[in-house]
Structures are given as structure tokens and as C-alpha cells.
Write a protein that binds this ligand. Sequence first.
Ligand code: PAF
Length: 281
Amino acid sequence: METTTSVEALRAQVSDWRRQGERIAFVPTMGNLHAGHLQLVREARAMAPRVVASIFVNPLQFGPNEDLDNYPRTLEADRQKLVAKGVDLLFAPAVETMYPRGAQRSTRVEVPDVGQGLCDDFRPGHFTGVATVVARLFNLVQPDVALFGEKDYQQLAVIRRMVDDLGWPIDIRGVATVREADGLAMSSRNQYLGEEERRIAPLLYQTLRWLVSEVKAQKTDYRALERAAMARLAEAGFTPDYVEIRHADSLQPVSMGELNCVVLAAARLGAARLIDNLRVE
Ligand code: PAF
């Protein structure tokens, strides 16, 4: 696997593959790779003869009081995992390479509707940061297909919408959330949890499962269910940001009767902010 920090080297390799008519699958990440990321790579491998991964901790998607400085950076260990999974090229640029004029002075991509509400209410500017960096990465890598974890459900919706609105010929694939044995969704931020918090953390997933079963039962108003789920989390020691039952595609609020739903939650537990979601199928 070649590793490059340079746009020129990335472009040269991508052009070479394109000339040979080879399809390219792309897995963008912020590094600190866990089994969830490796599942993205595995599916990418099955979809195209060439797989590009990127590792870039994107300052534009972190708020002023968030964990940009502490975000775990483990490039060498990540590299080895990607080699073992048969990735062809790793792009690991510096901040100055991605934002030559500075992150705050770069052109931005803002996605309305699906990019508003939910996490955006608690992390203003986050999805603009995500859409901006993913747009730049897509233009550099020019992939045929790109893969993202379904754990970040709203992020996936934002990227799908951006690609659709801008007319890029990129197939966006969501990959099922990989969970620990007790149900906790894998996330780099799980390592911020202390021992007692780690014990409590799977309750987020359990609460979502309960919520899905209640939605399916169609006995209780959705707003009342959301409030009950928030109360469950608070009682267990979380500080919930939101628990919402939304339309699975538009992410708009829905009322009882609508079954094409996703239940989404974000909650803080100690130093970690955890997010998770489940489709009502
Ligand atoms: O999901 C992530 O790791 C990041 O938000 C992404 C998509 C790599 C953009 O920085």
C-alpha cells in the first residue's frame, strides 16, 4: 500500500487507474480505525479493484469546545490495519494541504434540510465541515463509489444529498453499524468512557431497541415515546441531547402511523458524546 500526503501523488495514481479503466472505491476516515472502519474497507474491496482510504482529522467539523486536540491520532497502527485489509492507497494529508488558505477561509458546502436539526442543533457547523471536506476529498479521489458507516445516519444523509444536489456520479453506500458484544456502536470516542460509563453505555442501544418496538406496536404517540426514551437515558446517567423518531429518508419529524422511520439519539456520558440509531423495519 502506498501512503501519500500529497495531492499531486494522489492525482497521478488516480489518473493512472482511470486510464486503465479501473473502478475506484473510497473510504474516508478520521483514523483511529476500529472494526467499523475495517468493515467499510472490506465492503469497498468487494466493490472495486482499487480501494483508496483517507485519514484526515478535519478541523472544520469540530466546534470550538470539542475534542479536536484530543482526538486520537494513531497513523502507524491505522496504516498497518489498512495494509492487512488490502487497501491500495492511503491519502493522509496535512491540514495545510486540505485547506491551503486556512480552514476558516475555504469555500464551504452547506447542505440544508437533512443537515439541519438533530446533531446540527448541538454541533452547529459540524455538517458544513463534513460536507466541505468530503466534497474536496471526492474531487481529489474521483471515486466511483464511497462508503460511510450508518452509525452516522445524519452524516450519511447529508453526503447523499450533497452528491445528488451537485450531480456527482458517485454511488454512496451506507454500511451497517458494527457493535460491541453488548450492543454499543463502535466509535473512536468510546475510549473517552471510564469503566463505569462503559458499563452504562449499551443502554443507549437498548433504549433505541425499546423505542423501535414501541413504534412498531403503534400504541403511543411518538412525541410521548421520545420523551420517555429521554427520561430512561437521563435516569441511567446520560445527559441526552435528543431522542427523535424521524422519517428514514427525509429525516423530517413524523407522527404515529408512519412506519418508514429511523430512531436517532445523541447523549453525553462523561467525556464522550455518543450517537446511535436504528431503522424501524
Ligand atoms: O465519519 C467520519 O469519520 C468523518 O466525518 C468523515 C466522513 C471522514 C469526514 O471527515
